[in-house]
Design a protein. Structure first.
Length: 470
């Protein structure tokens, strides 16, 4: 008899325990989704923090990211399928149980690389490991039924039920679906919703103070073969839809900034000139402030204002990486009057990239659709108007103010600008004739800049250029 004959049995038991444990990527994704559902946490912030503390491989980190964003992006369709299989309202389940069901359903409905049996079994294991042992039977039964019955569940068609189609097939909350259908019509609203569920392109802006866009493009193509010039933004490059440009050596060397093309066009609309004084009234995290600084050069002055000190540090960090000495920062609430020495001299140009509902950037922040409510646009519009009024007072006669948002709702966009103009003397909308050539393709006859995901493959953006006459 060999010594320690019983040891192999111990190892087999350990192996069984390991086999019954969920993959760490799935368990991390479940915990992030549960907190987003229960506490309204911001998915990108929580996910990045969770990945930073984990020891996941690069492949598992990518898988966890796909699970979180995919489940949030398609939650509307997922909930439609689950509602056909549950005897109770999904929203009445504990957030952990609901999140485990949604995570499993996402893998069953949208992941070609996860076998149905693995999607079900791993979801059960995740629920157990996360502390929902009592609900594992429910999770197992519902997901097994979904795996076998999903082909029998019909989604509402666009032609007969436009709102239902956007809500249940394209995963938009009812109030957003209704807004978009009223604004764009059913067909275009559906195209916008589909585009809002796609992965966004990786877009960067060449730091014109250090490198030309063609030189940067040639360099980036050695690591991003799909890289090409942006369609509109003169300093922009799209790198495809895969990769991590913020880890690229050219990024670390300060040769570019990661920035969506529509965001770049907002600065093009402002059109800051070398040597000018420019105020960025809502500057963090600094993409537009640094773009302005690259244009005004060392002889210019950019005052980046934000009321969040930790986010304002992101602006300073970006300025250091890019080697931009023209940026100065100040912590303050832009909705209040600008007072103090920093504002004693009027500014040549002012940018108000106002806090908004963010519904134009759902490709990047899919959880925003579930976090923003129907009453938020009106509340935000009041803040936006206060910021425009405060910032406009710092502009010199003949100066330019650009108001922008990354949302598509008129109450946060056109209505804010019109209310400001109706109640402010000496300010007018700029003529289309004076706008820089690169922005004119996305400016309508009414003079508003509008970028739309389904038309331009950018984030959804609105911007208006105003001038102070006196």
């Amino acid at each position: 008899m060999r010594p320690n004959r019983g040891r192999p049995g111990v190892r087999r038991a350990g192996a069984r325990r390991r086999a019954s444990a969920p993959t760490r990527a799935r368990l991390l994704a479940l915990r992030v989704l549960e907190r987003v559902t229960r506490a309204g946490a911001y998915a990108d912030v929580l996910l990045n923090a969770s990945l930073g503390r984990s020891q996941l491989t690069a492949r598992d980190r990518a898988f966890a990211t796909e699970l979180v964003y995919g489940t949030l992006r398609w939650r509307g369709r997922i909930d439609f399928y689950l509602s056909h299989l549950l005897e109770r309202d999904l929203d009445k389940l504990e957030p952990l149980v609901a999140s485990a069901l949604r995570l499993g359903a996402y893998q069953l409905l949208f992941s070609d690389r996860v076998p149905p049996t693995a999607a079900v079994d791993e979801s059960v294991r995740c629920a157990r490991a996360a502390g929902a042992e009592r609900a594992t039977g429910l999770v197992n039964a519902v997901l097994r039924r979904l795996a076998s019955e999903r082909e029998t569940i019909a989604l509402p068609p666009l032609d007969r039920d436009p709102v239902g189609h956007l809500v249940h097939a394209l995963s938009m909350p009812p109030w957003i679906a209704e807004h978009w259908i009223d604004q764009f019509g059913p067909d275009e609203a559906a195209a916008l919703a589909r585009a809002s569920n796609d992965a966004p392109p990786l877009t960067v802006r060449a730091n014109r103070s250090r490198v030309g866009v063609e030189e940067l493009l040639a360099d980036m193509r050695t690591r991003f073969p799909e890289a090409e010039r942006c369609r509109f933004a003169i300093d922009g490059i799209t790198l495809g839809r895969r990769g991590h440009p913020a880890l690229d050596p050219a990024f670390l060397a300060g040769r570019f900034t990661v920035q969506d093309e529509a965001s770049q066009l907002t600065v093009s609309l402002l059109d800051p000139q070398p040597g000018e004084r420019v105020l960025d009234a809502c500057a963090a995290p600094g993409g537009k402030a640094t773009a302005i600084a690259e244009r005004v050069g060392d002889g210019g002055h950019v005052l980046a204002v934000d009321r969040h000190p930790r986010r304002l540090e992101l602006v300073r960090r970006a300025a250091r990486r890019l080697g931009l000495g023209a940026i100065h920062t100040e912590e303050r609430d832009a909705a209040l009057p600008f007072e103090g020495a920093a504002f004693a001299t009027p500014f040549d140009r002012v940018l108000v990239d106002a806090p908004c509902s963010g519904l134009g950037a759902l490709r990047r922040n899919p959880d925003a659709r579930w976090r923003v409510g129907p009453g938020d646009p009106a509340r935000l519009a009041a803040v936006q108007l206060a910021i425009v009024k405060s910032a406009a007072a710092t502009l010199r006669p003949g100066g330019v103010l650009v108001y922008s948002t990354c949302t598509l709702l008129p109450e946060e966009n056109e209505a804010v600008v019109k209310t400001f103009l109706d109640n402010s003397e000496g300010y007018t909308r700029a003529s289309v004739d004076v706008l820089p050539p690169e922005v004119r393709p996305v400016v309508g006859r009414d003079g508003w800049l509008r970028c739309l995901p389904h038309r331009h493959d950018t984030d959804g953006f609105f911007a208006a250029r105003l001038e102070r006459q006196q």
